[in-house]
Write a protein that binds this ligand. Sequence first.
Ligand SMILES: Cc1cc2nc3c(=O)[nH]c(=O)nc-3n(C[C@H](O)[C@H](O)[C@H](O)COP(=O)(O)O)c2cc1C
Length: 329
Amino acid sequence: MHLDDHAKLSVAPMMDWTDRHCRTFHRQLSRRALLYTEMVTAPALVRGGATHLLDFGAQEHPVALQLGGSEPDELARAARMGADHGYDEINLNVGCPSDRVQSGRFGAVLMREPELVAECCAAMIAAQPLPVTVKCRIGVDDQRPAEVLPDFLSKIRAAGVRRVTIHARMAWLQGLSPKENRDVPPLDYDLVHRMKAAFPDLHVSINGGITDLDQVETHLARGLNGVMVGRAAYHDPATVLLEADQRIFGGTAPAPTREEVVHAMLPYIDRHIATGGKLGQVTRHMLGLFTGQPGARRWRRVLSEGASRPGADRHLVLEALGEVTRAAA
Ligand SMILES: Cc1cc2nc3c(=O)[nH]c(=O)nc-3n(C[C@H](O)[C@H](O)[C@H](O)COP(=O)(O)O)c2cc1C
């Protein structure tokens, strides 16, 4: 399957959330959805030599590395490092509104500098073989999205970008926290659909506020190429991912059950603990697996209370699963 087809459904890059353990868990729910790393900044890789930030497991493919930065040469070098590490795609963050990120001229503030973003993309494309994609907002602060977004898209397309994900709301960089900037500025899905119509040769994914596969299917049926889901995929991963391979990707193998997903994680958990890791580093991402099911609260409680105890291992996971089974009986 081509990477663009995997991008029909993707799990968004989320700092502190979509680490390698989370991605390994999500991969048990969907074999085909495209997964994104947390943002890694180009300076951390190139100047800081923090190559451990690139580590991931072969089971995570297809997986895209998200980079933050605004220096073309530095981003080019970071992109090459990502390609050497075996990622499937390099994505540039032009959507993240945090203060720290603004001061380094990363993220959403770059919506004001489409020429610079295009230069960065061209440098990353020239430096390595992987596709370079962009995740952006519809605009920032006092910008008029219907005017600036087409200009932004045409500039990055001219630089060689063929796929883009648009978070369908503005970022208001003055006065709102990053969290508020994911909820307060209103969603404008229609504008993203209009961009697809205006740029038919660009692979356009939509992001923001999408919570289930019905909504994913609606956006795809209206002509978009992909849908990226963030918070809902984290908090309620089964609703977003469990039937994705059948419903979105046309797979014929039956979807796994939640219980099978838990069992599929056990060998990974064993290896993680055997190499000095802690159970909670993996299970914290699994707390939402039974959301909406009988026993969901017991599952959460057993795992969140027990996972940090010394010696906690797969037995705790099986104990939590036993609670779910009992609640369902
Ligand atoms: C905890 C958290 C961390 C995030 N970190 C990033 C990030 O590193 N890079 C990025 O482009 N977006 C980041 N985002 C934004 C998401 O990728 C996504 O655009 C946003 O949550 C809207 O999608 P949703 O409504 O489906 O969650 C983050 C969101 C959350 C909740």
